[in-house]
Design a protein around this ligand. Sequence first.
Ligand code: C5P
Length: 230
Amino acid sequence: ATSREAWGERTPSAARSARNGVGLITIDGPAGAGKSTVAQLLAQRLGLRYLDTGATYRALAYEALARGINLRNAAHVAGLVGRVRVRVRQDASGRLRVEVDGQDVTWQIRSEAVTDAAAIIAQFPVVRLRLVALQRRLVAGRRTVAEGRDTGSFVFPKAAHKFFLTATVRVRAARRQHELRQLHGRSASRTLIARQLRARDAMDVRRTVGPLVRPAGAVVIDTSRLTAGQ
Ligand code: C5P
């Protein structure tokens, strides 16, 4: 993507099709439900783009931490959205790359510190509204699979196809445990992870703007006993 595309400067027809939700698939659900795995597989199989909306919250949280900004100051955090350039793009092999002001932070935004910080800043309406605008620009009318917590309900309410993935806390904690081992070589207790997941779920469900909900008309899939391919 060019930098213009990265910021999603749209042509009028692209803007129109984005508004109409043509070629848009949304996948929402709680952490560990399998959204990003399934969204990437689906995008690959159907030849669509892939947007991980959580990556925009993570990129902003990363930058706020790097600049020593008080995470509880919504205005300061939201102000960053206009001052830093966040790019979310796919590389030649289809993998997602995330850049902040030209620096590749794909790996850094998966740290536990950033995971916690992202959950905090995602609570603030002003931060959400800024990031939702960015997410819409990133799609810019292109055929995309978007995943997150509010993509079908709030970011792209007119999406042509909506899915809501869910799984038991037990299964989601097991997946997170596996991911922690793979990504950070860290072993953590499943009970502790389950407690953290419940806390994150509660924050996602209770916020006033863009809460985690099952979007009207979404196909609900419990992935507890399914493989990614299934
Ligand atoms: O999905 P992921 O774990 O990368 O999301 C990081 C954080 O961003 C989560 O804590 C979640 O609350 C928030 N988020 C959100 N809305 C989205 C996607 C992610 O609030 N659409």
